[in-house]
Design a protein around this ligand. Structure first.
Ligand SMILES: [Zn+2]
Length: 152
């Protein structure tokens, strides 16, 4: 282990006036260590690295996991329902209504899926870059631990 060279910044802490202020990405980088063994690889993080973790873009896994099974289930039953309506003569109004209700539910859940995917995409496009930029400009005081945003 070599000595850690602190990157000096011209900034001062708002709260305690210390000049020992470091950038959040640096704290994160110094506290994060990747390792690899015969059995796999991973990362270990110090407490301060965890506290200064960068914002992450949202993934598409969640909307697909939440809506996907429902969309598939309702699509299957829409086909079964509509198939029954078109094949069987003298089918009751009740069954036609039921098939239509399932069809509407199917369209509704598909809209839900598309909507939540669009929300994730909009977040990654519009919100995430701001959070990332703020993170890159966040400085943390080594003495009192207060963090501040310095945009200059
Ligand atoms: Zn301070």
């Amino acid at each position: 282990m070599g000595t850690v060279v602190e990157q000096q910044t011209p900034y001062q802490c708002d709260r305690c006036g210390a000049t020992n202020v470091v950038a959040a990405p640096l704290v994160y980088q110094q506290g994060t260590h990747t390792y690899s063994t015969r059995f796999g690889s991973g990362t270990t993080q110090s407490f301060s690295a965890q506290a200064t973790a960068p914002p992450r873009p949202r993934g598409y896994r969640r909307p697909v996991l939440v809506w996907g099974p429902m969309v598939m289930f309702l699509t299957l039953w829409t086909f079964i329902g509509l198939g029954a309506v078109f094949q069987v003569r003298g089918i009751s109004v009740y069954k036609v209504n039921l098939a239509l209700i399932i069809l509407f539910l199917c369209i509704g859940s598909l809209a839900g899926l598309i909507n939540s995917i669009r929300r994730v995409s909009r977040y990654n496009r519009e919100v995430y870059p701001h959070l990332r930029r703020n993170w890159e400009h966040t400085y943390i005081c080594r003495r009192c631990g207060s963090s501040q945003l310095i945009l200059s």
